[in-house]
Design a protein. Structure first.
Length: 236
């Protein structure tokens, strides 16, 4: 919702955040508070999505329908700041389902990784891709490769699965989560940029940046900046 007062445009957009991991909520909220405090955000959380995907091993029709229903509910929600202006999914393992949602809605819908991937491709051809949730890795790798192909670029992807880190975070042990992420980089090849492929991994970014001399991109930071520019490109 926008108001014009003289030459000043004031806005309070209404942004829906849809999560499959409760650990994604805090990183999303923190970056909105830092980068786009004017936004009113509300959360939809279905922790069974990640569990069911791991159990099934693939995105089936039922799960695609569940994403459609979540997105439709979020888009129709009205109240503070009027109508929903945009949707940001924070669940990195569900790219095809999110793409299907994009086709059904007229408001901006962002996958959690697309903005960070675009930044990474612009930075170089050797890209490290870190995750802590194994089932998300094949989908993210395919998404990154497809984006590079669309831009006519050839890239090399170095996948990094940090075993045990997500379990530590779920148990409230952020220190172990961050330490395991750093340790997983001990044998990194020569890369141009490292992408932390899950919202929950943003917690490890400060520790990784202390140890690495290359750019470390987090999906929440990139997504919020891109969503703000796309939803309200001119804010004075």
């Amino acid at each position: 919702m926008s108001n014009i007062e003289g030459n000043i445009v004031t806005t309070q957009p209404r942004i829906a955040l849809i999560h499959a991991l409760e650990e994604s909520i805090a990183p999303a909220r923190e970056i909105f508070a830092k980068e786009w405090p004017e936004a009113f955000c509300f959360d939809l959380l279905d922790t069974s999505l990640a569990i069911d995907l791991a159990e099934a091993g693939t995105l089936d029709d039922d799960m695609m329908k569940r994403f459609s229903e979540l997105a439709d509910y979020a888009a129709r929600a009205t109240g503070k700041a009027d109508k929903t202006d945009a949707i940001l999914f924070t669940c990195s393992a569900f790219g095809p389902a999110i793409d299907a949602v994009k086709g059904q809605l007229s408001i901006p819908v962002l996958r959690p990784n697309e903005s960070a991937f675009a930044e990474a491709i612009a930075m170089g051809s050797r890209i490290g891709l870190m995750v802590t949730f194994g089932p998300s890795l094949p989908a993210l790798k395919a998404e990154l490769e497809a984006m590079a192909t669309e831009q006519g670029k050839v890239i090399s992807i170095y996948p990094i699965l940090v075993e045990g880190a997500l379990a530590a975070l779920k148990n409230g042990d952020a220190n172990t989560h961050n330490r395991l992420a750093v340790e997983a980089c001990s044998q990194l090849p020569d890369i141009d940029v490292l992408v932390l492929g899950q919202f929950s991994l943003a917690k490890a970014a400060p520790s990784l940046r202390e140890q690495l001399t290359l750019p470390v991109l987090t999906t929440p930071q990139s997504a919020v900046n891109a969503l703000r520019a796309r939803t309200y490109p001119i804010i004075r």
